[in-house]
Structures are given as C-alpha cells and as structure tokens.
Design a protein around this ligand. Sequence first.
Ligand SMILES: Cc1cc2nc3c(=O)[nH]c(=O)nc-3n(C[C@H](O)[C@H](O)[C@H](O)COP(=O)(O)O)c2cc1C
Length: 209
Amino acid sequence: MSLVDKLNWRYATKKFDSTKKIAADKLQTILDAAQLAPSSLGLQHYRILVVEDAETRAKLRAAAYGQSQITDSSQLIIFAAETNINEDFGKKYIDNVAATRNVPREALADFEGAILGAINARTPEQLLLWAQKQAYIGLGVLVTAAAEQDVDICPMEGFDPAAFNEILGLTEKGLTATVIATIGYRAEDDDLSKAAKVRRPADELFIHI
Ligand SMILES: Cc1cc2nc3c(=O)[nH]c(=O)nc-3n(C[C@H](O)[C@H](O)[C@H](O)COP(=O)(O)O)c2cc1C
C-alpha cells in the first residue's frame, strides 16, 4: 500500500479494541518517527509522554469528557509543550548540536546568537504558542507513522489541559499538556471505520499560483 492508501485507511478511531496491544518494536518505530519530526530551529519545544498505566488513564479519561479511547487504546501519547523556553534551553540545544556533529562550540557562535535572539524576541505567551505549534507537527508525524505501521490512532484535543497537568504533575516539570493521541487497534464494531473520508475538494483546498 502506498502512503496515500494508508492515510485513506486510517481514521480518527472512536472505539479501540482494548484486548489488543501494540508490539513493543512497532510502537518504538512510531515513536522514533515522532522523534524525527522537524521543529522551528530544531529546538523540539516539547516532551512526549507515553502513558500505559491503567489507573492514570482512568483519571485522565475523566478529564477528557469520558472519551473511551483514553482507556481502551494500547497507549495514550501526550505532547506537552515546554513552558520554560529560555536561554538555558537554547544553550542546551547548542551543546547537543556541538556534541552530535562533533564541532567546537565556538564554531556555533552565530547559530547560538540566532537561537537566543529568537527566544529573547518573544514574550512568554509567544514562546508558549511557538512551543505548542511545534507539538502539533510532532502529532502530524506520529499520525502518519502510525498509519504507515498499520496502527490506529485518534488525535485528540478534547481534554482539559489543566486537569491533565495536575494529574501528571506537568506544571512542576515546566510542561503543559497540549495535544494528545490514543494509539492501538480499532474495534471491529467501530462503524466510523467504514465511513467515507470527508475532505475539502482539491480545488477548494489547493491554490496553485
Ligand atoms: C488536533 C485534533 C484534535 C482532535 N480531537 C478529537 C477528539 O478530542 N476526539 C475525537 O474523537 N476526535 C478528535 N479529532 C479527530 C478529528 O475529528 C478527525 O481527524 C477529523 O474529523 C477527520 O477525520 P479522519 O481523521 O477520520 O480522517 C481530532 C483531530 C485533530 C487533528
């Protein structure tokens, strides 16, 4: 199947088969893809939580309008934006670039200046919005990678971020729950799996200039 075929196969799963777990290596492949998502300046302004614990997920379900996907999927993935994007965060990234590419830190002085400039030019609100936008790119890659691996997913915004932060202790970690995805295998009787895809027609979506 081509990637487009797989994206047609996938749908926002409403009902998961709670007896089916994703094999560890398959889940790892999907997470590896999410790790490779691009981000502005490469900063990866978020963390990705993989929640399997049943008790925690039961609490989170209550904070997600009772949506059954939270407890019935194989895992719940949470993209949590960093709330403290600051100079230290930028410098840590430069440390990583220097170590990964084996270049002296001094050689990255201009790049470091650009990174710190981009951080310092933003208000706290703009920094958070910036971080949250990057989290959505991570979600997009996760959704695509799951489809490629024949794994079902439901991207979700229907949850109370403050309650998620409280249950998971995210605020003290400098994080805020931004967008989530439940991942696993569709239940055979999820009627939506048979519904035709609804998308804006190409001539309404694309503008070729
Ligand atoms: C950011 C985002 C948030 C969403 N939130 C929810 C949600 O809370 N619950 C849900 O059942 N579906 C949710 N969806 C699924 C969308 O309704 C679905 O992707 C859309 O209707 C297109 O259908 P398809 O993904 O099945 O092709 C969300 C999708 C996205 C991308």
